[in-house]
Ligand binder design. Structure first.
Ligand code: PLP
Length: 433
């Protein structure tokens, strides 16, 4: 497998675009040298790079493409809408149909506001919680890696340069499954916390009624509970983690899989909060979420076609089924290669990741790079094990055959040193929790 064209484009892209691309999760800093730099097209779960190499791809579009690339009904819906114009001086009629459709699926929510990126929705939720409570402090879960590229969240990461200290001081953190860390926050900042924001779950499942206790504590303190359903939504369950765990948040944020990779996100919530965005009821105290492109008609059409697929086809069951097939096969191969101490698979079958470990059991970015390199060599592009509706049995079996080969090299590298097998310098991934 050669990457000559990719390598040439890499030089150019880094000269033009800081980091070489527009999402750090996709960047060269995350991948070994021996990897496809640029993709030209995708179909289902297969993609082709600029050198003509074909890969079976996992977690496409940072997990936003859940049905598969160029999924025909979504493409047709978009194409039809594009012919009719995408943005007008007054709202498009499809805005009402799209709101009705989404709210008919997300039965806990009473109102919705559409926007473009997940960050728009989470940041709007923070602003709305502040508007509703008249409080400045917010608290996010320290164990969840990403909520927004906006100041209130980036302030809590090591990449906070450019964010004023005053802004940094307004975001607190608590730990997942640690209700005492939440109680301590409320004791230290009485009547000051506008909202708690977290993903309902990530790799760790909620223990001991953590989520319902959180809800109760929020209620007791007049604080809003916000669920970031960017990943759990349309994956854990059609209605997200809140449906799986039976806990109803005050506000929820959706994006990613909602429109099969097209740019649309949503803030949903209880009417009493969402109505703060209505000028007719809030002339002097308006919560403002207003964007030029938030309701582009073709993205709304993509969402509606995606929701049609989710509600008429066994999409989520398939994500679980194919994830299970992959996880079971992977565990069998890991056992055959005697690598149980060095690599494992984590998470729900619909949203799996792998974890590479050095001899002392710590996360090893070097071994991750090697695993990526060796699976890429064998035609698989897997930054995680997140499947789409398009992954067939044969795609999974082909993936497992590639993993078998990759684990053979992995085992040798553990014995003889990773440097001997990893081509080029070690990647330098961006900090993640
Ligand atoms: C859980 C979660 N919330 C929010 C976001 C932000 O979404 P976006 O990149 O669309 O702004 C992400 C992005 O990866 C995410 O994983």
């Amino acid at each position: 497998m050669r990457f000559d064209h990719s390598d040439r484009l890499r030089t150019k892209s880094h000269a033009l675009i800081p980091g070489g691309c527009h999402a750090y999760a996709k960047a060269d800093s995350e991948y070994p040298q021996l990897s496809p730099g640029f993709i030209t097209r995708g179909q289902g779960c297969h993609v082709w790079d600029v050198d003509g190499n074909e890969f079976i791809e996992y977690a496409p579009g940072n997990r936003s493409v859940s049905l598969g690339h160029a999924y025909r009904p979504v493409v047709e819906a978009i194409t039809n809408e594009l012919q009719r114009g995408v943005n007008f001086t007054r709202p498009a009629e499809i805005e009402v149909r799209a709101a009705e459709k989404l709210l008919s699926v997300l039965t806990n929510a009473e109102m919705v506001k559409f926007c473009k990126n997940g960050s728009d929705a989470t940041t709007a939720a923070i602003r709305l919680a502040r508007a509703a409570t008249g409080r400045d402090l917010v608290a996010c879960c320290a164990d969840h890696p990403f909520f927004a590229f906006d100041d209130w969240f980036i302030a809590t990461t090591p990449h906070s340069c450019g964010i004023p200290e005053t802004t940094k001081s307004l975001t607190l953190t608590f730990r997942y499954n640690d209700i005492d860390s939440v109680k301590t926050l409320f004791e230290s900042y009485k009547k000051q916390i506008a909202c708690l924001i977290l993903e309902p779950a990530r790799h760790e499942e909620p223990q001991d009624d953590f989520l319902s206790d959180l809800k109760q504590i929020c209620r007791d303190h007049g604080t809003l509970l916000v669920f970031d359903e960017m990943i759990t939504g349309f994956r854990w369950h059609l209605r997200g983690g809140q449906a799986v765990y039976g806990v109803d948040p005050d506000l929820a944020c959706w994006g990613k899989a909602m429109a099969n990779g097209f740019s649309i996100s949503a803030l949903t919530g209880k009417r009493r909060y969402m109505e703060l965005g209505d000028l007719s009821t809030q002339p002097n105290n308006l919560f403002l979420l207003s964007t030029t492109h938030g309701a582009e008609t073709h993205s709304l059409a993509a969402m509606m076609a995606t929701l049609d697929a989710y509600t008429t086809l066994p999409v989520i069951d398939t994500l679980y089924k194919q994830g299970r097939r992959l996880a079971e096969g992977f565990r069998r191969l890991v056992a055959e290669h005697h690598l149980g101490h060095a690599i494992d698979v984590i998470g729900r079958p619909c949203c799996l990741s792998y974890h590479t470990k050095d001899c002392s059991g710590h996360y090893s970015p070097l071994l991750r790079a090697l695993f990526l390199q060796e699976t890429i060599r064998r035609g698989i592009l897997m930054s995680s094990f997140v499947v789409t509706y398009s992954h067939s049995d044969s795609d999974i079996d082909q993936t497992l055959a590639a993993i078998d080969g990759a684990l053979g090299v992995y085992a040798k590298a553990l014995r003889e040193g990773t440097e001997k097998y990893l081509q080029g310098p070690s990647p330098r991934p961006i900090y993640r929790r």
